[in-house]
Design a protein around this ligand. Structure first.
Ligand code: NOJ
Length: 443
């Protein structure tokens, strides 16, 4: 198996999940949510996290040792711009040093503008419900582009809009913990899509070099039970139809961005609820992207009789998500067919109950097997004609798994929280290094 010489091999993280250094930045909705009783397991918070803020040089050195040629990081809005609009010099210095360190080590930075740590003060002004929120995001993006685009070429606007809007504003299980009505969630959804459009326009207008821009939605992938063409067609149809509740499927989060339009059923919904969707909005939202990001963990098995229930004894991760490698195949295939843009796997990985063994190492055969299976399926998608630019494993290191706290470990690198966050490269980290070195020949 070969992934080719230009394949992007990366890992991904997000600011709130790894940085810590909270005393050096303004607050965001996750700080507030962590203080809320019983909102986050074990009362964990992001104050220290993995202390990446202080240990980033060591982390970049580990990445270099692994042979990565890309690293996906996210920026914390309130580490860069203070509430009063002035620059947070300390934060700007931090990101400058991190970007420079990566480039010095031959690792290309892939920067996500927003990975859920929404400024708390803006939330108090209505957050995503405020019709001006897309403009705020565009202004933030302009500043960030001016600061870093002399060295950063690759950008993602929003990470998993589905989650921060649906889980955060509909189901209340992520920050800011709201349980809005469906029509209000839909209002936020359209504003988030508009925010993507404003950010894209700002990057195009202010980048100091030719930028490559995408976004990182979570792939809501339907996996056909068999390869029989009728089943495949049924799965494809299901994957792109307006799903219920409306605010979870691809129709609301991916189609408008990749195709520049909402399904007529959604347009009717917007009109019925007096949610304004203008031609100008759609032009911004549907602005041309360079690639499509895909965060891929799970998929829904589907047959001619509808959804296939999970079988007793299904393989699962520590978060109880099914291990379903075919999802990465069908995700790459169905998205590529529909949107005709190269696919970049922006996240894929698994939670495990890793611990340090008597020999001082962290042995995680499940993650090795997980990676092997998913990468084989990704390679099959490439052989079958999907254009795939690269793969970024979630995550470089164990980190704050949102409402689950720190106990769900996703890293290729173990973070020993009990001992000042010291790092131990897990067996899977060494395996990944080998995959990169052999371009997949060892799979
Ligand atoms: C998707 C999110 O982008 C990331 O923040 C999260 O930790 C992983 N999935 C695992 O749940």
């Amino acid at each position: 198996m070969d992934f080719g010489k230009d394949f992007i091999w990366g890992t991904a993280t997000a600011s709130f999940q790894v940085e810590g250094g909270a005393d050096k930045r303004g607050e965001n909705v996750w700080d507030m949510f962590c203080r809320k009783e019983n909102a986050v397991k074990y009362g964990h918070d992001g104050l220290i996290a993995c202390d990446h803020y202080h240990r980033f040089k060591e982390d970049v050195a580990i990445m270099k040792e692994m042979g990565l040629n890309a690293y996906r990081l996210s920026l914390s809005w309130r580490r860069i711009i203070n509430e009063d609009g002035s620059l947070n010099e300390d934060g700007v210095r931090f990101y400058n040093e991190l970007i420079d360190e990566l480039l010095n080590c031959g690792i290309e930075p892939y920067v996500t503008l927003f990975h859920w740590d929404y400024p708390l003060d803006l939330y108090h002004r209505g957050g995503w419900l405020n019709p001006d929120s897309p403009k705020w995001f565009g202004e933030y993006t302009k500043i960030v582009t001016e600061l870093f685009s002399d060295r950063v070429k690759n950008w993602f606007t929003l990470n998993e809009t589905q989650c921060f809007i649906s889980l955060g504003h509909g189901l209340g299980i992520h920050a800011p913990g709201l349980m809005m009505s469906e029509e209000e969630v839909m209002r936020c959804a359209h504003n988030a899509n508009r925010a993507h459009g404003h950010a894209l326009a700002a990057i195009r207008a202010y980048s100091k070099q030719k930028a490559s821009v995408g976004f990182a939605p979570v792939g809501s992938v339907i996996v056909p039970e068999t390869d029989d063409p009728k089943t495949v067609a049924a799965a494809r149809k299901r994957m792109f139809e307006v799903s219920h509740p409306r605010y979870w499927g691809n129709a609301i989060w991916i189609d408008p961005i990749m195709l520049g339009k909402y399904d007529p059923e959604l347009m009717e919904y917007f009109a019925d609820h007096k949610i304004s969707v203008t031609d100008e909005d759609m032009k911004l939202i549907g602005g041309d992207l360079d690639f499509m990001g895909m965060n891929l963990y799970v998929g829904e098995r589907f047959g001619l009789n509808g959804r296939t229930p999970l079988k007793v004894g299904f393989d699962m991760t520590a978060i109880e998500w099914e291990v379903i490698p075919e999802a990465i195949y069908w995700g790459a295939r169905f998205y590529y067919e529909r949107y005709k843009k190269p696919i970049l796997v922006t996240e894929n990985g698994m939670a495990n109950t890793d611990m340090i063994s008597a020999d001082g190492c962290v042995h995680d055969p499940q993650r090795i097997e997980f990676m092997r299976r998913y990468l084989c399926e990704l390679n099959r998608a490439m052989r079958d004609g999907s254009e795939v630019m690269g793969y970024m494993h979630w995550s470089l290191m164990d980190n704050f798994e949102w409402a689950e706290g720190y106990q769900k470990r996703f890293g290729l690198v173990y973070v020993d929280y009990k001992n000042e966050c010291r790092r131990i490269v897990k067996d899977s980290g060494k395996f990944y290094a080998d995959i990169i070195k052999t371009r997949g020949a060892n799979l």
